[in-house]
Ligand binder design. Structure first.
Ligand code: PEP
Length: 246
């Protein structure tokens, strides 16, 4: 079995009810050649899932590691599932930076998400300083080992490589840099998990219609986690189509 191809959109803290109209146009471009997931702000999960745009899965952007309790402002994985989410992004670099999330936190959240039957999209990525210091592969392997729990399988876990310096900047690594990290991710996952060769590996960081085809042609790149270019159908649709054809 080859890894599933996945185009995932991370809307971050953008979008409102009116933005759901973008889904109709996106849905028109889906031909089954890849999975499509949109992760909107939590308030939009239920209305988005209820729209039932054909072929579009809906995901959260974070969940709590506990199942319920006194955690003001947080959401349990089962609540995301109840609202219609099938996926959840975990360990995004903005969560790691803004909320001091550690690898252990991400792993605990992933266990909770799997118990709630959510597919986790677990993010790893080096800072610019770490890349400049030559530490990229060591950082990536460490984050992967610490953030992905033992209960991960190809069915419940997707890994997104997102260099922190490439997110929202318009800068992307070279093809060789992306391929090098994805090869390391594949090797680490294959060493640790029986079905590690089947886990989907996404690249994320300034993916646009103009660079999607080139990125999707790289070895061990099974799709993308897309921020800014996932907000508008005019941008996300060509990315979905490029992945479908890859
Ligand atoms: C992201 O935040 O996950 C991301 C990849 O953002 P962008 O595509 O805007 O760089």
């Amino acid at each position: 079995m080859v890894p599933r191809k996945i185009a995932a959109g991370n809307w971050k803290m953008n979008g409102d009810l009116a933005a759901l109209s973008q889904l109709d146009q996106m849905a028109g471009s889906i031909d089954g050649g890849c999975d499509v997931v949109i992760c909107p702000p939590a308030l939009l999960i239920h209305p988005m899932a209820s729209k039932a745009a054909p072929g579009i899965h809906v995901g959260g952007q974070d969940c709590h590691a506990k199942t319920s309790g006194a955690h003001t402002g947080d959401l349990a994985a089962a609540q995301l599932h109840d609202a219609g989410a099938t996926h959840v992004i975990l360990g995004h670099s903005e969560r790691r930076a803004d909320h001091a999330e550690t690898d252990a936190d991400v792993s605990a959240k992933a266990i909770a998400a799997h118990q709630a039957e959510l597919i986790t999209i677990i993010c790893v990525g080096e800072t610019e300083d770490q890349r400049d210091s030559g530490d990229t592969l060591q950082v990536i392997s460490g984050q992967l080992a610490g953030s992905v729990p033992d209960c991960a399988t190809a069915a419940n876990t997707v890994i997104a490589y997102e260099p922190v310096w490439a997110i929202g900047t318009g800068r992307t690594p070279t093809d060789d840099q992306i391929a090098e990290v994805h090869a390391r991710l594949r090797a680490d996952l294959s060493d640790r998990f029986d079905d590690g060769a089947q886990m989907s590996l996404l690249y994320g960081g300034s993916v646009k219609p103009a660079n999607a085809t080139q990125i999707f042609a790289l070895p061990h790149v099974n799709g993308a986690l897309v921020g800014g270019a996932s907000l508008k159908a005019a941008d996300f649709t060509p990315i979905i189509q490029a992945l479908s054809k890859a």
